[in-house]
Design a protein around this ligand. Structure first.
Ligand SMILES: *Cc1c(COP(=O)(O)O)cnc(C)c1O
Length: 428
């Protein structure tokens, strides 16, 4: 239950903002109750409108891998803002940032900056279509690549949470060239390529899915997609908006050893400001305007304050940091599993690095078919039990939770103590 101040703010919000929120999953409808209005955040914590402190496992849906309000990032933002907040002209920082991104993710020889993951995915696929001269795009059920029309087909995240896999307002014509297959089902992809491989411009995939809850790729799945794309002249687009700089500095492609043609990045790269990017082989990227015929643009793209936050973030993402994130994740994973078992709750805990999900189901979750079989009512009870005890989790069974390097042992102790009690209530 949200505090009284949040509730009264939400009542006012409902009168002026559809659903009271500016992005659907914030609305808490999937878990019952009303959203907590946030007044500030620091390290692993959020404070609600009434001053209640919560341990945060949403992390702004991914960006806050260093914890909230990191002093070095705040300093970079303040210093940059004092020099002017937007010029609409090139800056040195964009060059430094592009160099840093390409160095971290070597499959990207060139990169273009934009302002949201939605734009990055939409633009990368326009480019793939322009480069190959083909129209069709293959995506996977339960994967979310932002809210561009042609990608709102069997999309995960909020689209799945609210049972609107195909949004109203998307013309049939916009979705006609979007093919879908089951995640981790390479045979299905092979069959699609056998039938229409010469028409497929690109395969886009979340290398580790976060938008139906955390679902890792089966061994050989990503490698198989790479081989099929190469064989049929299609581009492989790894959507690393969530996994980029979270699973490793080089993203999931570094962890799994798969080289995409194009990569999309967002969330962490902006250090909490609106910034995203897409990049890949120079031969492909040079098809973008002004060099080539594929148009893509943005008034605030490469914004000086956002690139300052991004550069400061990247400079702090050291190898040690990923060791810490893994250690925290391993402790959470084992602790949550033990707590559920002790409470007699049936769950499957899935985790890759610093992204994880407690699925209220007894089997492994390999695809959207498995994920949607989870007991969302039990999840809602667990979510409420955790919130009541000061732990703020994503308000949907089908969203990955994230920790930061600031989630220290005391924070984990408090989280696991809350979980032990909340699992008892979730059992129902
Ligand atoms: C969040 C997300 C997006 C969309 O990014 P926005 O910045 O919200 O537009 C795209 N792809 C993946 C994998 C994401 O997690």
């Amino acid at each position: 239950m949200a505090d009284p101040i949040s509730r009264s703010l939400h009542e006012r919000a409902l009168r002026r903002i559809p659903g009271g929120v500016n992005s659907p999953v914030r609305a808490f409808r999937a878990v019952g109750g009303e959203p907590v209005y946030v007044s500030r955040a620091e390290g692993p914590y959020l404070w609600g409108a009434d001053g209640t402190r919560y341990i945060d496992y949403v992390g702004s849906w991914g960006p806050m891998v260093l914890g909230h309000a990191h002093p070095a990032i705040l300093r970079a933002i303040t210093e940059a803002a004092a020099m002017g907040t937007s010029y609409g002209a090139p800056t040195e920082r964009e060059v430094l940032f592009a160099e840093a991104l390409c160095e971290a993710v070597p499959s990207m020889e060139k990169v273009r900056l934009c302002s949201s993951g939605t734009e990055a995915c939409m633009s990368a696929l326009r480019l793939a279509r322009g480069f190959t001269g083909r129209d069709k795009v293959l995506k996977f059920e339960g994967c979310y690549h932002g809210h561009a029309d042609f990608l709102l087909v069997k999309a995960g995240s909020g689209a799945a949470t609210f049972g609107v896999p195909d949004s109203a307002g998307v013309p049939e014509a916009a979705a006609r060239n979007t093919l879908t297959a089951r995640f981790n089902d390479l045979d299905a992809v092979r069959a699609i390529f056998a039938a229409q491989g010469s028409e497929i411009a690109a395969v886009i995939v979340e290398p580790v899915v976060g938008n139906m809850g955390c679902v890792p790729p089966a061994p050989g799945f990503l490698e198989g997609l790479r081989a099929l794309c190469t064989e049929h002249g299609a581009l492989l687009v790894l959507d690393e908006v969530m996994t980029g700089f979270r699973l490793a500095r080089g993203g999931a492609q570094a962890v799994f050893g798969v080289t995409p043609d194009l990569t999309t990045l967002g969330k962490i790269v902006g250090g909490g400001l609106p910034l995203a990017a897409f990049g890949g082989r120079a031969e492909i990227m040079d098809r973008l305007a002004p060099l080539g015929p594929v148009y893509q643009a943005g008034t605030l793209s490469g914004n000086p304050v956002a690139t300052a936050a991004g550069l400061a973030t990247l400079s702090l993402l050291t190898p040690d940091l990923y060791v810490t994130l893994e250690r925290i994740g391993a402790r959470l994973e084992a602790g949550l599993r033990d707590a559920a078992r002790a409470a007699g709750a049936t769950v499957t805990v899935q985790r890759v690095g610093a992204m994880w999900t407690v699925f209220f189901t007894d089997g492994p979750v390999r695809s959207w078919d498995d994920a949607r079989g989870a007991d969302t009512k039990a999840f809602a009870r667990w979510h409420q039990g955790m919130l009541k005890r000061g732990v703020y989790l994503p308000p949907s069974q089908w969203e990955a939770a994230f920790h930061s390097v600031t989630h220290d042992d005391a924070v984990l102790d408090a989280t696991l103590a809350a979980a032990a009690e909340a699992f008892g209530e979730a059992r129902g």
